[in-house]
Design a protein around this ligand. Structure first.
Ligand code: 5GP
Length: 190
């Protein structure tokens, strides 16, 4: 069986990655599997253990790093985030196309380890719209909002490092474009 693709999707906080991904994650033609990350950040309302993230303590996270269990990891706005390697390998070996939703530093590490990774960066129509979306979430204090905005501006500078950039002006259109990109690479690699 052919190994599945490794797909990395990044984009600044608030750009609507989750919403866009939801549009096609269950599309049977794409044969996708979402890689659930490990994080030390607190669970947000509506999130579930093992679905959105594996929520761990800082000690547990650093132990996983030490034991070489993560494909990549980073610190983002005061918390650690990382991709468990075992799950990714298992799914790819089963022929699944594995999708990682991670930030730019993590993507850089993935590119170094897996140069064939299919990397996609989602951008907002403009910064004002991004700020509106981050504030609309209303789940975080002003200090964190400011940190996320500053981080977003820095992340946007990295867009050129990705193989594809997709603007999330319209959710359905952004999702359709990503669908086409994935299908194209499935044909190419299979
Ligand atoms: P949030 O706290 O909004 O869920 O995620 C913050 C940022 O961390 C997002 O840009 C998200 O894509 C990124 N992220 C989530 N999981 C991982 C991971 O396993 N590794 C890395 N490098 N970034 C991650």
């Amino acid at each position: 069986m052919k190994r599945g693709l490794l797909i990395v999707v990044s984009g600044p906080s608030g750009v609507g990655k989750g919403t866009v991904l939801k549009q096609f994650m269950d599309d049977p033609d794409l044969n996708l599997s979402y890689s659930v990350s490990m994080t030390t950040r607190a669970m947000r309302e509506g999130e579930q253990e093992g679905v959105n993230y594996y929520y761990v303590t800082k000690e547990e996270f650093l132990q996983a790093v030490k034991d070489g269990e993560l494909l990549e990891w980073t610190e983002f706005v005061g918390n650690y985030y990382g991709t468990p390697l075992k799950g990714v390998e298992k799914l790819r070996n089963e022929g699944k196309n594995v999708l990682l939703e991670i930030e730019v530093d993590g993507c850089r590490q993935v590119r170094e380890k897996c140069p064939d990774a299919l990397t996609i960066f989602i951008v907002p129509p403009d910064m004002a719209e991004l700020e509106r979306r981050i504030r609309g979430r209303k789940s975080e204090p002003e200090e964190i909002v400011q940190q996320r905005l500053a981080k977003a501006a820095k992340e946007l500078e990295q867009a050129a490092q990705y193989r594809y950039t997709v603007c999330n002006d319209d959710i359905d259109l952004a999702a359709d474009i990503i669908r086409v990109i994935i299908r194209h690479h499935m044909k190419k690699d299979f």
